[in-house]
Design a protein. Structure first.
Lengths: 144, 484
């Protein structure tokens, strides 16, 4: 689906985050050993959800009827869920991919939206997701 | 599916109206009936006013900061229920979900602004106006006020007035638009949760009978109205007759003037928003696009291309840029204006009459419609259409453009697109309307500035919100004192 309005851009970001949380919950059930890493991501995600919801509530005050171009939700779908018996490194890679995908979406969205205050927050969240990804990847290297 | 019948909120309780007369509430996107609204009786309105009058003295003697704390709580509850209110609003009014979110934000902003009561309501004093004589001017609340809002902003407009009236120590009665009563009903559920003292704030659904009961109830001290000009004039006259304070905001016919030096690339999004935002159902919407001199061809080309690209549909779908108009009746009225434009010789560049929205065949949709070669004497150039219909008018120069604007009987808003400070200054200096945009398509004053027009767009002196609103909701009592 084309994401042509601010509301659509932010709503997709919210839905993607919520879907990602559901994926992480599944991982926790299958791999309790990852609880610590998952908890850190959950805390970050809760914060990001709140920030995006706040953006949608507080910043959609000027309706700009010039469509946002070049953003399509199909390009940012979550990766396919892992099989139940996946290894721990595979699970960590998957978690990193979730964050990386979100960061990619938010960075691209920040470039497309015209409101600088919205773009700034999206970039900030993307940076925080990059840091989470880096931490997960570093953990992976430690296990290799 | 059961269709709910809405209730009144009187003296801190939900009450079923005794009337047998019910109006239908429609979802404009689907054409389905979604609720019924009681056309309450005059007696029911009088009872709400009596409850408000009974509650007045205790509320009036409550410290302003304590009154403001109710608004702080209300604000928090509005934030918590933001998306819920926004979606109800779209369902009954038709605007897009983003437009609805923007409206709820504006509603909350007036609540936030009103909490500054301790500064804004303060009076003033001067010692020694004569030998040993001091004078103080106090602002005191007056009693029961009421609001009669329109259908285009069911959440926001009552709150242009209500938070200020309440925080100043008055009590209040709202009669929501019978076309869109569900949003304010949801808002009043939140008010109920916040726990205002009984009778301080009340809501009575209804139509003409309730309006007349408000106008002629001697306990109602003032009325804020927003709607069409003929009704605004009627309200103003009746309030004059009965000695009430009144602010009656009427219709509009707003022009956007585009000068040859305008930055069309940067200006086009807000020009589009002005004409097609909320499907043109705003008193600040552009209706006439005045192209000055050489800008005509490039402006027409860009404007047409942008209008063609707008996605029209159900406002609840993210990504939809323009929703339906509010009702079948209004849709037919707009279609009538389009026919009239054709009959009077305007050139139809973009025809929104035949638009179809798949899956929403029963909806009240009209696509962006643009007329060219519109002349000032045509009906579509003079009358308020209140829909997504634009007339492009050519003007030789700024002087002629200002003349066109000042020829109108309305005086709500006017906008200019230019890079010339001199042209902008001359424009704001000379045009009659009261709300002016410079490279802004919707010249909407925020909560802390007054909202209201001139000429047939407003009857009354004091406008909505802004600092001046405390003058409307208070009496200035002057005390001149000397102590021996």
């Amino acid at each position: 689906m084309k994401l042509a309005t601010i509301g659509a851009v932010l709503t997709f970001a919210l839905e993607r985050e919520k879907d990602a949380i559901a994926f992480l919950d599944d991982i926790l059930v299958q791999a309790p050993a990852l609880a610590e890493e998952l908890a850190a991501i959950r805390i970050a995600k809760a914060k990001h959800l709140k920030m995006i919801e706040q953006l949608r509530r507080e910043n959609v005050t000027e309706m700009i009827l010039e469509p946002i171009e070049g953003l399509d939700s199909d390009d940012y779908q979550l990766p396919a869920q892992l099989p139940a018996g996946a290894t721990e490194p595979a699970r960590k890679s998957f978690m990193a991919a979730l964050e990386q995908g979100a960061s990619c979406y938010l960075s691209n969205a920040a470039q497309k939206v015209k409101q600088s205050d919205i773009a700034r927050i999206l970039k900030k969240i993307a940076r925080e997701k990059d840091a989470l990804t880096d931490a997960l990847v570093a953990g992976l290297e430690g296990t290799a | 599916m059961t269709i709910p019948v809405l209730k009144n909120y009187v003296n801190g309780s939900w009450e079923k109206s005794t009337t047998q007369e019910l109006g239908d509430v429609w979802c404009p996107a689907t054409g389905e009936k979604i609720a019924q609204v009681p056309y309450s009786t005059g007696e029911e309105l009088d009872r709400a006013v009596a409850a408000a009058q009974d509650a007045f003295w205790e509320w009036r003697t409550t410290p302003p900061l304590t009154r403001a704390r109710y608004l702080f709580r209300l604000r928090e509850r509005f934030e918590e229920n933001f998306e819920d209110i926004a979606r109800i609003l779209v369902r009954e009014q038709g605007k897009t979900i983003d437009e609805s979110r923007g409206e709820i934000r504006r509603m909350i902003e007036t609540v936030e602004h009103a909490t500054g009561v301790t500064t804004m309501m303060a009076g003033y004093c001067l010692e020694d106006v004569a030998k040993d004589v001091d004078t103080i001017a106090l602002r005191q609340p007056i009693g029961v006020f009421a609001c009669i809002p329109p259908y285009n902003f069911p959440a926001m407009v009552p709150w242009w007035f209500m938070p200020y009236a309440l925080v100043a120590g008055n009590t209040y009665v709202v009669k929501p638009s019978e076309q869109v009563p569900m949003t304010q009903t949801r808002v009043f559920e939140i008010i109920d949760d916040v726990g205002f003292p009984e009778g301080v704030v009340n809501m009575v659904h209804g139509s003409r009978e309730v309006v007349n009961a408000l106008l002629y109830n001697p306990q109602v001290k003032g009325i804020s109205f927003v709607g069409q000009t003929s009704t605004a004039r009627y309200i103003y006259k009746a309030c004059g007759e009965t000695g009430k304070r009144v602010q009656a905001l009427g219709g509009a016919k707003n022009s956007l003037v585009v000068m040859p030096d305008a930055d069309l690339e940067r200006g086009m999004p807000s020009i589009m928003t002005s004409f097609f935002g909320c499907a043109g159902q705003r008193c600040l919407s552009g209706s006439i696009l005045v192209a000055v001199g050489d800008v005509y061809e490039p402006l027409k080309e860009k404007f047409l291309a942008a209008a063609k690209s707008l996605r029209v549909g159900n406002g609840l779908e993210e990504g939809v840029a323009m929703g339906p108009v509010v009702s079948r009746t209004h849709q037919e009225k707009i279609l009538g204006y389009i026919e009239q434009g054709l009959a009077e010789g305007a050139n139809l560049l973009l025809d929104g009459r035949k638009i179809t929205v798949p899956g929403h065949e029963g909806g009240f949709f009209i696509g962006p419609t643009i007329f060219d070669r519109v002349t000032p004497e045509m009906t579509i150039a003079r009358e308020e259409i209140f829909g997504p219909v634009v007339g492009i008018v050519r003007a030789r120069d700024l002087d002629e453009a200002i003349g066109l604007i000042n020829h109108s009987s309305y005086g709500n808003a006017a906008c200019i697109y230019t890079q010339s400070g001199k042209a902008a200054r001359e424009f704001q200096y000379r045009v009659a309307p009261s709300m002016i945009g410079v490279n802004i398509g919707i010249a909407a004053p925020m909560a802390f500035f007054p909202f209201g027009g001139a000429r047939n767009s407003m009857f009354g002196d004091l406008k909505g919100h802004g600092r001046e609103i405390f003058q409307f909701f208070t009496d200035t009592k002057v005390v001149i004192s000397r102590w021996f």
